[in-house]
Unconditional design. Structure first.
Ligand code: NAD
Length: 329
């Protein structure tokens, strides 16, 4: 982290971002995640100025009092803090450096928080090319799916100086669970933590699908198999909780497109390469995800690789009354 970065307080004299002095929040990227996050900022009383390449995404926010801006530059010029929630590092770069980008509007000493799952290169380029602008650039990617964004219960991983973290905490608290907003290190650490979380979670998706498919093919009742695994040292949060959306409802989470999951897995492998660490398992998991994306389409849900194993089995893995009936409880 560049220590010369400006930690100037955004916090009002009464110790918090008081209702009378709430900063205006600029928000760019109103997709599956951004729409829930902005609704929660609005509910918490922040004035909003918003932008997306798809103007229709802002209709409801504007009806509730948000201001539409026609470019990222206009967002950055009108807001105390500008937040990006965008699909890929390339798009983040376009929105920052492009014509009418954030850099054209943000005042010197201004604050930009990137909440996208991304990498530090864009922020590093801004700092190294424009050190005199003294911008506060923070990475604060999130976990918790679109449902967490909608409910304001996101987990947020913040890479920032302590001063920057303290200053933006009231804003992040409007979008995330205050208990799970973590200051994980200096700039860039938030991106790294988020990529490692996704890498591990996607690995659980594949490992769980494989084990449940093999076990049921061997004739074990699906519910018995899952309960046995949960009771064993091999238990995981995915097996105990997250997989139930598939097993109970056939829901592969279309709130997170598999093309973005593949993006995250690619970034995770890039990170491993950049620090000189092997990533054999990550590479294999990424390839299985790419196979599923190719087969089921870019917009299929992030857990669709599970389906690859169901297809091989010739049946869906579901906890129906039939699979539950064979269980000794
Ligand atoms: P999304 O594709 O649903 O939304 C992205 C939004 O950005 C879209 O509305 C799109 O129109 C807009 N956009 C694209 N290019 C733009 C540009 N040049 N200028 C302005 N707007 C632009 O994606 P999402 O699911 O909301 O994910 C956003 C980020 O959050 C990604 O980095 C993703 O990896 C991460 N993430 C997603 C989830 C999830 O469950 N969906 C969970 C955690 C993190």
């Amino acid at each position: 982290m560049n220590d010369s970065q400006n930690d100037e307080s955004l916090v009002s004299e009464d110790g918090g971002i008081g209702a009378s002095r709430r900063p205006t929040i600029g928000f760019i990227g109103l997709g599956n995640m951004g729409i829930g996050m902005t609704r929660n900022l609005q509910r918490a009383g922040f004035d909003l100025v918003v932008n997306d390449v798809r103007r229709e995404t802002a209709a409801e926010l504007v009806a509730a009092g948000a201001r539409w801006a026609s470019s990222p530059a206009e967002v950055a010029a009108s807001a105390t803090i500008v937040i990006t929630m965008l699909p890929t590092p390339r798009i983040v770069r376009d929105v920052v450096f492009g014509a009418d980008g954030i850099l054209e509007g943000i005042p010197d000493g201004g604050t930009w928080i990137d909440m996208s799952t991304s990498v530090p290169e864009v922020a590093e380029e801004v700092r190294s090319r424009f050190p005199e602008r003294n911008l506060n650039i923070v990475d604060a990617p999130v976990s918790g799916m679109s449902v967490g964004a909608a409910n304001g219960t996101l987990q947020i991983f913040v890479g920032a100086t302590t001063g920057q973290y303290q200053n933006i905490l009231p804003v992040l608290s409007a979008m995330g669970d205050p208990e799970r907003i973590l200051h994980v290190g200096a700039a860039g650490a938030g991106y790294a933590v988020k990529l490692m979380i996704n890498q591990l979670w996607f690995s659980h998706v594949i490992a769980t699908a494989e084990v449940l498919a093999i076990g049921t093919a061997a004739g074990v009742n699906l519910d018995v198999l899952r309960r046995s695994l949960i009771a064993s040292p091999a238990n995981s949060n995915f097996l105990e909780h997250d997989v139930l959306s598939i097993l109970n409802d056939g829901d592969y989470d279309e709130g997170f497109a598999i093309k973005l999951a593949c993006k995250d897995l690619g970034l995770s492998i890039d990170l491993a390469r950049s620090v000189g660490m092997p990533s054999e398992l990550s590479a294999l998991v990424e390839q299985i995800f790419v196979r599923a994306k190719r087969g089921y389409g870019d917009l299929a849900g992030e857990m669709t690789p599970f389906k690859l194993y169901e297809d091989l089995l010739g049946t869906e893995l579901r906890l129906t009354s039939e699979t539950l009936s064979g269980v000794a409880r």
